[in-house]
Every structure is written in C-alpha cells, then in structure tokens.
Design a protein around this ligand. Sequence first.
Ligand code: NAD
Length: 462
Amino acid sequence: MTDIDAIAGAIDEVRSGFAHGVVRAVSDRETQLRQLRRMLVEQESVFASALRSDLGKSALEAYSTEIGYTIGEIDHTLRHIRAWTQPQRVKLPLHLRPGSARILQEPLGTVLVIAPWNYPLQLLIAPLVPALTAGNTAVLKPSEVSSATAAAIAEQIPRYLDERAVRVVTGGVPETTELLSHAWDHIFYTGNGTVGRIVMRAAADHLTPVTLELGGKSPVIVTDSADVEVSARRVAWGKFVNAGQTCVAPDYVLVQDHLHDRFVDAVRSSLRRFYGADPAASADYGRIINERHHARLTALLDAGGFDEVAVGGDHDVTSRYLAPTVLTGVDPAAAVMDEEIFGPILPVIAYRDLDEAIGFVNARPKPLALYVFADRATAVDRVLTHTSAGGVTVNHTLLHLAVNDLPFGGVGASGMGAYHGEAGFRVFSHAKPVLHRPTKPDPGLAYPPYSALKQKVLRKLL
Ligand code: NAD
C-alpha cells in the first residue's frame, strides 16, 4: 500500500513529467503504449494468476476480457493515433478571411484514473491508453478489493513505463481520499454511484472535469419474435461470465409471457452445458470477490419476493461460491429488483405486451446497458426509440463494449462521459480552436468610429 505521505510526491513527479513534456511528442506516447503492450504480453501469466486469485477467473476469460481486450485497444489506438492527433482544418466564413482556422488536440495535463475490482486490469489500463494517447501523464489507483491484481499492477507498471509519466498509488479509502484532495486536470472514475458522487464532489472543489463510469440494473427484453434458445444462451453467457460481476451484465430479464417457461428451461440447459451439473467443480465459473459481497448476494436470496429458485441458489461462503441462479415469479418490489445485483442471480419477469416492458424499464433509473432480443425490426425500433440506456446490443449481450469505435459509457444514473477508441482520446484532450490571421490587410471596417456605411457593409457580409 502506498504511504499516504508519499502520495503528494508521486503526483508532483508526474506533474513535473507533464511540464517537461515526457509524453508531449506523439512518438513518445507511442513508445509508452508499446511498452504497455509489452507488459501485458510478457506478464500475461502474472496477471492471469492474480485475476484467478482475486476472482477465480479462467485463463480464457482473463485473456478475452482483460489482457487481450486491452492489447486490442492499444493496437487499435496505435493504428489511429497519428490521425487523431492531427490538427483539423476548419473553413473560414468570408468575412473572417484572409486567415486560417484549425482545431488542435491539446493534452489536459495530469489525470487520475480510479478503477474498481471486477475487471481490475482492464478498467485501470483501458482508460490509461487514451490518457497517454492524448499526451497526459497519469496516476493510477487500482481497487484495493482485488488486491492480487493491484499488487501485480503496482509491481509491473514501473518496470515498463516511464515513472515520470505514470505512477501507481495503491490503497483504499484513505489513499483515494488523499488523491482526491489534490487538483487534477481530469478524473476518470469507474465504480459505484455512491463513490461516484464522492468523486464528483471532490472534483468540484478544483473545478476538475470528471468521467464517471457507473453501473445500474441493465435489462434484457426478450420479445415475441426472439429466438428463445439463442437468446437464453447469450443471456446466460453475459450474465454468468465473471460470476455476474460485470457492469454491463444483464441484471434482469423481461420476457414475453408465452415464452417465459421455454426461456427459463433454455437458460437452465445452457448453464448445464457451460458449467456441467455442478458449477462449483467447473474451472470456467468464477467466484464472488469477497465475503462481504457474498453476504450481500445471499441476503438478496434470503429476502425473498419471488416464487421460485428455478436454477441454482446453493452457495458456500468459504469458497466464495454462489451458483448461477435464476429466479422466477419475481415481485418488482423484491429486494433483488432494488439495487444493481452485480452477482450471479438472474430474476426473470414475464410481461404481456412490449409497452409494459418498456414502461418497466422507464420506471427505473437509466441503465448502463440494454439488451433486446427480436427478429422483428419494428420491435427493436420501438425499444430503441422509447427507452434510454448507456449502450445497446441487439440479439446478444455485453458485446457493444468490445467494438473499439463505439463510445462506451452511461447516461443519467449510469454515468457521464464515454471512452474506447477515438471517444477515449477526446475525453483526455482539449479541442483547442485556433484562428490565425495575417497582420495585413487590416481594414478599418470593424473598428470605431462606426458609421452608417460601415454598418451597411457589415450587414451584407455577416
Ligand atoms: P470498488 O469498491 O473497488 O470501488 C471503486 C474505487 O473507488 C476503488 O478504487 C476504491 O478504492 C474507491 N473507493 C471506494 N470507496 C471510496 C470512498 N469512500 N472514497 C473514495 N474512493 C473510494 O468497486 P465498486 O464500486 O464496488 O465497483 C462495482 C461498481 O462499479 C458496480 O456498480 C458496477 O456496475 C460499476 N462498474 C462500472 C463499470 C463501467 O464501465 N461503467 C465497469 C465496472 C464496474
């Protein structure tokens, strides 16, 4: 854990790194990005075993959702960095000619990235990529909850990156509170909304802009034209990957009433195919991050408010295991429908017509993601037009976040700002407009003393 008294010094180092231009030249930014890539490739097994220890992540998920995913983001960035950083020419209106106008992409300065524990590598490094791409220096604050990954990151980053450009500060609330008391040029926070408010309040003291990547109850709507088996398999995958601890995981399912039983059966058989008869014995099924979250999730089951545990329900606190669980006959007022579940519990609720499903979604805070399963385009259009969500995947789950060129972020209660690909570069850049005029000619038209003739000419030009 970083000594609190050392935090101010670490910030000064990267501030001075920015002032000395350590990542000012695009070639220096590329060097840091390539080093970051090298770290992920060379230390894959170190990060994979940390992720297994924190979350029971399988090697495949560690690669696809964290290490490989982040390498892909770096590669995409390296392909586009020269284009993104180019000044853009802007056409001048007649009355402002002669001259030229451009938009320069200016780094913001020194930024703070705060990450949560559920994808502890991806959610710390993926924002660092655009921060460096835009020419900023940064302090990274991994989540203390995923302690093995935080330790691996704190050890590896200084071995690969310029310490004047990137520093890692480890620790929990006291260390983050200290970090937040300093002035930053941007704060990029991923985590829950309660801490999001703390971050935004602290940022307000320094007028620091923030990006807040939060969560929420992301709904799935399975409409009457959906392919039930495919929908069930894709929902089961998106829900139970990382044992449901995914910000864009389907939180609950609204299914057309006549498809309800078939859908639940199909989820049950998908889970059997994924994890066998006993998911506790499957190397591919993750674990709950800690006992506190395990207790929170089992309390949701104990609180009731549903007719049946249709699948799973068994748990064991010593191994932090909670079976993939499906609940049916769920009362909208049940505890499980209150907050984001953020674990492997899937409530399924039947609806009579699509308007009812849309109304159900709209009666709740705007979610981070929404999934609609439909073969009929009109149903998809209706859902897209009449609901709001951070992002949408149609006929699958989670995957919109894997498209580099789709901005990823929330709306309303699920967050503000978006990143990935070029959107991330824009977050960490100031688009600086520059108008350049030659000193000659310098007609007196716009200068006092004003006259009727000047006014007439100006009115014609403007
Ligand atoms: P967490 O407990 O690790 O907290 C996130 C960060 O905030 C950590 O670095 C932690 O040290 C810091 N923190 C915690 N309490 C603090 C305090 N009082 N003051 C200052 N800093 C503090 O993770 P979490 O919040 O439990 O993460 C889960 C949440 O994050 C879920 O709601 C999930 O949906 C959301 N999430 C969102 C995204 C996204 O991309 N939008 C991604 C992953 C998770």
